[in-house]
Design a protein around this ligand. Sequence first.
Ligand code: ZN
Length: 175
Amino acid sequence: MSELAFSPDVNFDKLASQEAAYNTKIESSYFPRLTESCTRVNGPVEAQFKFYIDMQGLRTIEGSVKVEATFICQRCQKEFTRVVESDFLSTCDEQKAKSLKIDEKLDIVELNEDGTFNLLGFLEDCLLLEIPYITSHDVDDPECSEHTNEWSCGEIEQDESDNPFAVLAKLKEKK
Ligand SMILES: [Zn+2]
């Protein structure tokens, strides 16, 4: 496992005052919950983000995280691949955001009890939130067989999940 460009838990305060910026690839083995929620993760997670203190004095993390993963379509049971991507703009200053009445507009992240910020977990959460509860092909994806007319195309492929004898019988009919 190659090393992380940052520690899993970071000092939000310090990074924000340093305006620390990262552009890094993270091996998927650092994201066990992501790995569990898909069939497989294809390649590293790409993350770019920066910490800063915004004009209103809120300690902020802004950036994006992206990975390509393979899922099972709940409609046709076939695998499909999708890029899971999340943009985020979050602050750890909940009270301040509330007092400025902008807490509705911002994502608030919680800090650990010891004041550190679980950066690795945050990035993983961002990705997990982009994965729908029921994964499936796009509605108009021709790969998704349940949405095609049963007789209009690819009979053999279509019937793969059917009783194999029924498929054979249909093949004989065609001769
Ligand atoms: Zn499908």
